[in-house]
Design a protein around this ligand. Structure first.
Ligand code: NAP
Length: 547
């Protein structure tokens, strides 16, 4: 299809961000014949997989289920090394994808967007970067990620520390040498849990500062053998079909258990839990009993099984007890899947600092003081997570209709439609944003969103529409769904980044899509049921006369 050009804008589709979602958005827009360009803040592509380069950063979704599944040509040309790839391999893959689809010439790196202003009269966005460049675009796809703004703890004296300090989500590009160093890791989510086993044998000493224990279970990684690779290639259609299906809420290939806990005796359940413990990655959730997350009794029984695993692995019984969660059931918080995490605490170099018993008093030039005493460090690692969901969008200077300023309008929590668009933000899409992902494999949710957005742009072009804005009613229906189903979500623990609880002063609102893919597709289907998407699509002439 010929490239569509438009004289009053610089580019039809402007994508912000060259991570997993942005790369796909750009490719689909170009493939559909739009003129398109990407602005990326980093000096390279990859998004979270560009910034999170800490030791042993890796997928905990199977590599081939996280990667792109829309092109057999692409799938056939890449060979994953491991079931769960590490960051360097993932970054190489994303660069390979960019070159495979000849996208690099459309991507401008080192261009952080600081302002995006809607001009109703021109039906266009004016987007400005930190370097002062300005681009006018008909459509904006802001693929700026839910985990792109690092969250630092609010600690007295943080700026006084004279050693090296790094956040996992803004890791330096030059290697950090941990050999013989005294290291503090603050945070034990998936990032903190991954980094501990990766460095424990190198350091002089490493202290893990834990506020809330997690139900961490082993990743159970494996290399991808020739046979496995051949199987993946031979079964692409089936794999892509299964992962891409709206009827697959998790976006994984895992086979569900097919039974409720009541089908088994106590001994059978214990044997089943052992099988689940040995399953790969998210299998602990997706292949568990159907009622694992809805039946409190069975969940408590599984928690006791996990607690006994911790007790059997960790030699020091006091450390073991401190590592066992007491405030949430399995799955209520997004669990880390990391091998050798508990085993690391048997290494005499590693200690656990339980912050609920001995909180941090202050950081100073040489280390960290807790209520128990002072410890000196060469390196502090902040594995303290991100301003999840809204962080990037509320910092980008986005100004829509009637004075809508996302930086202030979302202070009470995001309001949106489909987790990728909002009333009073015409022609602006933010796939992978708040209310975007359900409880499963992120890229599968984002692919659903991008496919729909691209389809909508093509439809608009074919039918003479230049403007998309969900109506107030469509947005309200979506938000009612979010608020009604949020308490029923699997990730129901309110003390979590999915509620914004990890960021000081952030309002506590549920930030995932608790209706999952099924609700997303149902509500998108309702929207597309009429020719003008229930009033969301309009032509420039109509919208101007309506102002
Ligand atoms: P996280 O899950 O939000 O964990 C942050 C950790 O820092 C928590 O242990 C938190 O404690 C602690 N923390 C935050 N503020 C603190 C403070 N002021 N004092 C002490 N401790 C503090 O962050 P993350 O580990 O970076 O993971 C974020 C998300 O990234 C994950 O949910 C996942 O989606 C993704 N991720 C994926 C992988 C992978 O395997 N593919 C790896 C890493 C990350 P509390 O629990 O008490 O708040």
């Amino acid at each position: 299809m010929a490239e569509q050009t438009s004289s009053d804008v610089d580019v039809e589709v402007l994508v912000i961000g060259a991570g997993v979602v942005g790369i796909y958005a750009l490719q689909r827009a170009l493939e559909a014949g739009f003129s398109a360009q990407t602005l990326e803040a980093g000096e390279g592509v990859g998004g979270v997989w560009y910034w999170n380069r800490y030791p042993s950063a890796r997928f905990d979704s199977e590599s081939y289920t996280y990667g792109y599944i829309h092109s057999k040509g692409l799938f056939d040309k890449w060979r994953w090394e491991e079931e769960f790839a590490t960051q360097p391999e993932i970054e190489r893959y994303l660069n390979f994808v960019v070159d495979h689809f000849d996208l690099r010439r459309h991507i401008r790196t080192g261009q952080k967007v600081v302002s995006a202003v809607w001009n109703e009269a021109d039906t266009a966005w004016t987007v400005t970067t930190e370097k002062g460049e300005t681009i006018r675009a008909r459509w904006v796809v802001s693929a700026t990620g839910g985990l792109s703004v690092p969250n630092y703890p609010d600690l007295d004296g943080l700026e006084d520390f004279k050693g090296q300090a790094y956040h996992t989500g803004a890791w330096p590009h030059t290697p950090v040498d941990f050999t013989g160093k005294r290291v503090a890791i603050i945070g034990n989510g998936p990032s903190g849990a991954q980094i501990l086993p990766a460095i424990v044998d190198l350091v002089d000493a490493v202290d893990l500062y834990q506020r809330t224990p997690t139900w961490t279970t082993p990743l159970n990684n494996a290399p991808i053998t020739d046979e496995r690779h051949a199987w993946l290639l031979d079964n692409f259609e089936e794999i892509a079909g299964k992962l891409g299906s709206a009827a697959n809420p998790t976006g994984f290939l895992h086979e569900p258990a097919g039974k409720f806990s009541t089908a088994d005796s106590f001994d059978e359940r214990q044997a089943f839990y052992e099988k689940v413990w040995n399953s790969p990655g998210f299998g602990k959730l997706t292949t568990n009993y159907y009622d694992m997350t809805t039946n409190r009794e069975v969940n408590l029984e599984f928690c006791e099984f996990l607690a006994n695993k911790v007790r059997s692995i960790v030699n020091d019984p006091i450390t073991a007890e401190r590592l066992i969660p007491k405030d949430h059931l399995f799955g209520a918080k997004r669990p880390p899947f990391v091998s050798n995490y508990y085993e690391s605490f048997n290494n005499p170099r590693a200690s656990l600092i339980a912050l609920r018993e001995t909180p941090i008093v202050r950081v100073d030039a040489t280390g960290i003081e807790t209520s128990e005493g002072h410890r000196e460090y060469d390196i502090i690692v902040f594995a303290t997570g991100f301003d999840f969901g809204t962080g990037a969008l509320t910092r980008m200077g986005i100004k829509g209709l009637e004075g809508l300023d996302l930086g202030t309008d979302w202070e009470d929590g995001p309001t949106d439609f489909g987790g990728f668009s909002a009333h009073q933000l015409p022609n602006f899409f933010f796939p992978g944003g708040p209310h975007g992902a359900g409880g499963g494999n992120y890229p599968r949710y984002s692919q659903d969103q991008i496919d729909w957005i691209t389809g909508t742009l093509i439809y608009a072009r074919e039918h003479g529409y230049e403007r998309f804005e969900p109506t107030a009613e469509q947005q309200e229906a979506w938000m009612t769904m979010i608020e009604t189903l949020a308490p029923k979500s699997i990730f129901s623990a309110e003390h979590s980044h999915y509620y914004g609880a990890n960021v000081e002063g952030k309002v506590r609102k549920f930030l995932l899509n608790p209706g999952g893919r099924a609700k997303l597709h149902e509500m998108l289907g309702e929207m597309t049921a009429t020719g003008n998407y229930g009033g969301a699509l309009s032509s420039v002439r109509e919208s101007v006369s309506a102002v």
